[in-house]
Design a protein around this ligand. Structure first.
Ligand code: NAI
Ligand code: PYL
Ligand code: MG
Length: 276
């Protein structure tokens, strides 16, 4: 998995606050309000422990601190354990933590020790960035008619069909979206098109999209040929998949943040269900 760098996280607090405002503007939901709607859960005063992990490439500067900022920014209780790894896990449990957040190079998880629920960052990131785009539908294009699933006018483009892009695709399908897919790995595209009711995006068709999802580790994966005026791009991919020049030229709204949005999605995935 592509690992974050301290540089990726340098402006994370501003990015989280800025993207929360953009999400509100696009969907009328705040980020935590959208998570509550999507998962049907809500925080119940849980104590959240963040355990730094030294495995693999080791501790990433400000990774744990970024998680703690996210927890506190949304009004929840949290702490970073003094110890790392197993000692840190032991410290978390004996301190009475209800939820543990920890990440090695292969998986970043949230585990609720009370209800047993466990969540994976790649799945929850794909899901929430997709839901932001689904809920933006009513606002990005005014009169989007999601019932008319085959109207390509409403179609959505998914770029990057990996461990984040695939859960996003499944979320779009659950939300009955009309989907075109693209990935540089043509075998992966064939596999996806065979398995899911989606269409292969072909640059030769000259199709443009008002909503684009991107989850790749590459820059400039979103070309001018797919953009419309005021397109909405929802992209967890790092680095950003669309250039500053195209963002400006087409007044594109871009939802992109390195860690907090995905973390909040993980927490709502493991909270208890709450009636509205
Ligand atoms: P992955 O390696 O499982 O999937 C990436 C997919 O993108 C692959 O199928 C690959 O063939 C495709 N791809 C690569 N270059 C491409 C290009 N130029 N055009 C089209 N497709 C291309 O990676 P994963 O785990 O899905 O992560 C994707 C990105 O999301 C990574 O950059 C990762 O760091 C980032 N990420 C961001 C998070 C956030 O909260 N912002 C959370 C988790 C991951
Ligand atoms: C969860 C992020 C999103 C993109 N790539 C994923 C990543 O960088 N994973 C590695 C996280 C390692 C954290 C380190 C620490 O500081 O505890 N073990
Ligand atoms: Mg994020």
């Amino acid at each position: 998995m592509a690992l974050l760098t301290p540089d990726d996280l340098a402006d994370m607090t501003n990015a989280l606050i800025k993207n929360d405002c953009l999400i509100q503007e696009l969907t009328t939901y705040s980020l935590d309000g959208l998570c509550r709607k999507v998962y049907g859960t809500a925080p119940g005063n849980e104590m959240i422990a963040i355990v730094p992990v030294t495995a693999g490439n080791g501790i990433i500067g400000s990774f744990s601190e970024s998680l703690l900022f996210t927890v506190k920014h949304f009004g929840m209780n949290g702490f970073i354990t003094e110890n790392t790894d197993v000692a840190g896990y032991y410290e978390a449990v004996t301190a009475g933590a209800d939820i543990v957040l920890m990440a090695d190079d292969l998986a970043y998880i949230a585990h609720n020790l009370r209800n047993g629920k466990i969540a994976h960052n790649q799945v929850c990131t794909g899901r929430i960035y997709a839901e932001i785009l689904c809920h933006a539908a009513d606002f990005a294009d005014g009169d989007i008619d999601n019932d008319n699933i085959d109207n390509d006018e409403n179609a959505l483009l998914v770029i990057g069909l990996g461990k984040v892009g695939t859960p996003a695709l499944e979320t779009f399908l659950n939300e009955k979206q009309n989907i075109y897919v693209f990935d540089v790995d043509s075998k992966r595209v064939d596999e996806i098109v065979l398995h899911y009711p989606v269409k292969k995006y072909d640059p030769k068709d000259g199709k443009t999209f008002s909503r684009i999802f991107e989850a790749t580790p590459c820059a400039d994966t979103i070309s001018e040929s797919v953009l419309r005026e005021n397109s909405v791009v929802s992209t967890p991919g790092i680095p950003c998949g669309i250039s500053g020049e195209l963002i400006e030229k087409y007044s594109v709204r871009v939802v992109l943040e390195p860690l907090g949005i995905g973390t909040l999605s993980m927490l709502y995935a493991v909270f208890d269900f709450r009636v509205a």
